[in-house]
Design a binder for this molecule. Structure first.
Ligand code: GLY
Length: 414
């Protein structure tokens, strides 16, 4: 595109009218912009770039696997101690490691990576019966959903079906929502925006011939989220705390800066979730909502020019606040899906923004040096800043959605 413009400028002969002078000035300005803009990676160059990212991911994740006990999953890494932090399979992030391994296997064909994925899936399988929180989608669909997509093993489908049954035990018909966490000292019946991500599991099971009740619950939950969770500016609360007797609720932020702020990863979950809802339902309300959320995010005065968000859009120390690479990964992957449901300039903007985020995350600014970061791929995620948990650390979900974004770019854009 730039070369074409350059050629056009060279053959252009200016005429001495005022209009023409303005026209020439404008072209000279554009030419200066073209000359002084650093060389960009074209769509074609993205192929080798992504392939190299997956090769790096394979080497890193083998290293990571070697540091985690065989009955646990990796969770994060603490630079100061040089130690990988493992988690029990009950932790909400447990499905991301096997899921990432499957994406890496798909793009490298590395048999050792597949063996690790299978080994980790075998310890995850029992979680299909878990009913302790709403995270069954993250835990069982990001892992076993990818396994089924790749290998269509009927026993894997049964595992996913059972996980969906476990998830709907948390459905509360009075509020037409799935309860996220159990009642605790802070919340009565908390429903968090992250829960939009778990609906994919339910929609998929019905779509594959399962009971229609899974879809009904997913739709009820998404519609209640659309109605109650969003503010007029299209930002979302992290938590709605419901009173099950009256259906009244209070909007709060648990992981965000304060109750009025926009916690970045929460916005990313909602954006990705409503885009996914449109994939299954083709209901324009979901598409429009996803568009409104991304407009809010990309046009936010506190969104940095590289579109890697601060951990909260209202963090008081912006521009010195920490960025959250995991929110950026989720946004990039969601943008690539949204681009499929849009056209023209709008589609181009989504693809270009996703590409920009992928390039930035895959650069030295966010990607760890080989052999470092405990084997995680990305640095600079923010888990729960105010609780001082996983602050400026690698996060399994940051890596997972980064890999997914590149998988989608290769599949849909190249
Ligand atoms: N689902 C919890 C988080 O995004 O940190």
């Amino acid at each position: 595109m730039f070369m074409g413009y350059h050629q056009f400028t060279l053959i252009f002969t200016p005429q001495p009218s005022l209009l023409m002078k303005k026209f020439v000035m404008l072209h000279l300005l554009v030419l200066c912009f073209v000359i002084f803009t650093p060389a960009t990676i074209t769509a074609q160059d993205m192929g080798p770039f992504i392939d190299e990212q997956f090769r790096n991911a394979a080497a890193q994740y083998k290293l990571l696997d070697a540091q985690v006990p065989s009955d646990m999953m990796p969770r994060s890494f603490v630079k100061e101690t040089g130690k990988v932090v493992p988690s029990d399979t009950r932790w909400w992030t447990s499905g991301f490691f096997p899921g990432s391994m499957l994406y890496i296997y798909e793009h490298t064909g590395d048999g050792q990576v597949l063996e690790i994925a299978k080994k980790r899936l075998s310890i995850q399988e029992k979680m299909k019966h878990y009913t302790g929180n709403h995270d069954l989608g993250f835990m069982m669909y990001c892992s076993f959903g990818n396994a089924y997509r790749l290998f269509q093993d009927p026993s894997v489908k049964k595992t996913i079906d059972t996980a969906a049954m476990s998830l709907i035990t948390r459905y509360r018909p009075q509020i037409k929502s799935i309860q996220s966490w159990n009642k605790n000292q802070n919340f009565n019946c908390p429903v968090i925006i992250d829960n939009m991500m778990n609906l994919e599991l339910l929609l998929w099971v019905t779509q594959q011939g399962g009971d229609p009740k899974f879809r009904e619950i997913a739709l009820n939950h998404a519609n209640a989220t659309l109605k109650n969770h969003y503010r007029p500016d299209h930002s979302a609360f992290h938590v709605l705390d419901y009173d099950l007797e009256t259906g009244a609720f209070k909007g709060k932020n648990h992981q965000g800066y304060n109750d009025a702020s926009a916690w970045s990863r929460g916005q990313a979950w909602g954006f990705y979730g409503f885009t996914m809802m449109y994939r299954f339902e083709k209901d324009k309300r979901y598409l429009d909502h996803a568009r409104n959320i991304i407009k809010y995010l990309l046009e936010h005065p506190n969104m940095p020019s590289d579109n890697i968000p601060y951990w909260d859009f209202n963090a008081p120390d912006i521009p010195n606040a920490l960025r959250d690479a995991s929110a950026a990964s989720v946004i990039a992957s969601g943008l690539l899906e949204l681009s499929r449901y849009t056209k023209g300039k709008e589609r181009k903007k989504y693809v270009e923004t996703a590409k920009q985020i992928i390039l930035k995350l895959g650069s030295n600014a966010y990607r760890a040096k080989p052999g470092e970061n405990g084997g995680f791929i990305l640095m600079h995620g923010v888990g729960h800043l105010l609780a001082k948990s996983e602050v400026d650390q690698p996060l399994t979900y940051g890596d997972y959605y980064f890999l997914e974004a590149m998988h989608r770019y290769k599949k849909w854009i190249l």
